[in-house]
Unconditional design. Sequence first.
Length: 161
Amino acid sequence: MIVSVLEKMSAGVNHWIEYLLFGMGFSMALLVATQVFFRYVLNQSLFWSEELARYLLVWLTFLGASAAYYRHAHPGVDILYRRMTPGLRKVCLVLIHLVSISLFVVMIVYGYRFAHFVQLQTTPALQLPKWIVLSIIPISGAVLLIHGITFLVDALQRSRP
C-alpha cells in the first residue's frame, strides 16, 4: 500500500520535472542561439543572456540529476553486485539507498542554509536575488529524497533484489 502511494508520488513529481527540463532546455537553446545571432550578425550583445543561460544550466543539472536517478540512468559499476548472493544484494541495495537518502538530507539542509546566507545578494546582470538561483539545491534534494525513500521502501518490501 505505502509503496504504491510513494511510487505514484515519485512518478508524478518526475513527470512534472521532465516537462520543466524540456522547457528549460528549449529556453536555454533558444537563448544561446539568440545571443549568437545578436553578437555575430547584429554586432550587439545581450549582456544578461550568458548569466541567464548559466543559471538555466545549473537548474537543468540539478533537476536532470533527479530525473536520471528516478529512471536509474546514472552510471554505476555493478561487477561485484552481480556476483553477490540475493540476500547480500538486498543488504547492499538497502545500504546504498540509506547512504543516498543521507546525502539528499545534507543537500536539503546545507542547500537551504547556503540559499539563506546569500538572500540579500543579487546576480550582476539580471539583479535576481541569489537565493532564487541557489534554491535549486534544496529543491532537487527534496525531489531526490522522495525518489530515494520510494526506492528504499521498495527494496525492503521486495523478496528478491
